[in-house]
Ligand binder design. Sequence first.
Ligand SMILES: [Zn+2]
Ligand SMILES: [Zn+2]
Length: 230
Amino acid sequence: MDIVYPPACICCGELLSKERLHICAICETKISYLQEPCCLKCGKEIEEDDREFCSDCSTLSRTFEKGFPVMCYEEPISDSLAKFKYAGKRQYSTYYAKEIVKKHGRNFYDLGIEALIPVPIHKEKLKKRGYNQAKILATELGRLLDIPVDDGIIKRIVNTLPQKELDNKKREENLRNAFIYTGKIVEYKCVLLVDDIYTTGATIEACTRVLKEQNIRNIYYTSLCIGKGN
Ligand SMILES: [Zn+2]
Ligand SMILES: [Zn+2]
């Protein structure tokens, strides 16, 4: 259903040559995969070699175990994610999930991840957009990894405003009560939150707290992209 012919690059939209599936050769070389040193908590690239954590993870409470992002949130992948999120390009999740599995699939098995939990969006947003991009990504990941997707444990109850103008502490406060437990009884001990982009970590942290209250001990997250940090 998602197969569109002839296939076009998920970043620039140019038609692809026969041997290419998702991304053109030019865009592929422009993708900036995360390079060490990375924050030991969230996985964001850090500038100085002598630091273990990025500034957000050193100053704000982080109760998830560890993050597994793949790329820096920059052009051209940022253009692709925008189309994935706002222009109905759900099929892009095939490429994103493959990239995540290529880099971290083994880690997920080693950790014993029992379920993939997509970061929920508010129902108003869902109505407008028609889909939750994190769920689409989680579903594709689940298919590749053969790990079940569970989107029934947490729910977003606050439709938060764009947070760009808020400082990091305010963002955390703003999101603190945005997610709630739905009441679904689960017995997971180890789960993986899934989102398309990790920016400051406020969203992942807020979701983690709700899951922790349900006695899920180990919470990890993965995202295709992560913002440039400090
Ligand atoms: Zn391209
Ligand atoms: Zn960090």
